[in-house]
Design a protein around this ligand. Structure first.
Ligand SMILES: CC(C)(COP(=O)(O)OP(=O)(O)OC[C@H]1O[C@@H](n2cnc3c(N)ncnc32)[C@H](O)[C@@H]1OP(=O)(O)O)[C@@H](O)C(=O)NCCC(=O)NCCS
Length: 147
């Protein structure tokens, strides 16, 4: 059976990581995530974990950003060919070790129909916060039209 491990992201992982994001629906270009933003988030006290196969292939990711108040967990995904082998659990455990060591509350967003992810997050102690919707301004030119 193949072994997997979890380690910190390296800039040279970016291409492989982007592939996992696109295969898992996490890499929508509208999100604007790129290597510069990843490195910035790490410099600000966040962490990007990657799960790798014994051949060194990037098969999963968990990105935690830190805003000085809370840790936000996102881009949590496992390459479709490697799902249901416990890699999601490994990533979740390592992510929560980081959260514990950092000592801040952790928050995430998950689609209400994403039962695989919801089951996993609940197993790791996450509780549903309530009936909140999510709002975002992606296009900053919108601000000119409202001010
Ligand atoms: C959610 C995801 C990361 C799980 O990764 P994984 O490596 O397959 O997970 P694991 O094998 O470690 O399984 C962990 C738990 O997740 C849950 N789970 C995983 N796949 C599931 C499925 N298809 N249906 C129901 N529960 C599932 C189970 O509770 C499982 O524990 P169990 O095996 O003891 O029942 C993976 O399905 C994925 O990448 N999905 C697409 C990206 C995504 O939606 N990410 C979350 C964004 S918020």
């Amino acid at each position: 059976m193949e072994n997997f491990s979890v380690r910190d992201f390296l800039p040279s992982d970016f291409e492989a990581l982007s592939l996992v994001w696109s295969l898992t629906g996490l890499g929508n270009p509208a999100r604007g995530d790129n290597l510069e933003i990843i490195m910035q988030s790490i410099a600000m006290g966040g962490k990007l974990l990657v799960a790798t196969s014994s051949q060194g292939l990037v098969v999963g990711t968990s990105w935690m950003t830190f805003d000085g108040r809370r840790i936000h967990l996102h881009h949590f995904g496992v390459h479709p060919s490697y799902q249901r082998r416990g890699i999601g659990k490994m990533l979740a455990a390592e992510s929560l070790r980081f959260v514990k060591q950092k000592g801040y509350q952790v928050k995430l967003e998950v689609h209400q129909g994403n039962l695989a992810a919801i089951n996993l997050y609940k197993q790791f102690g996450f509780q549903r916060l309530g009936d909140y919707d999510i709002y975002i301004i992606r296009d900053l030119t919108v601000i000119d039209s409202v001010l």
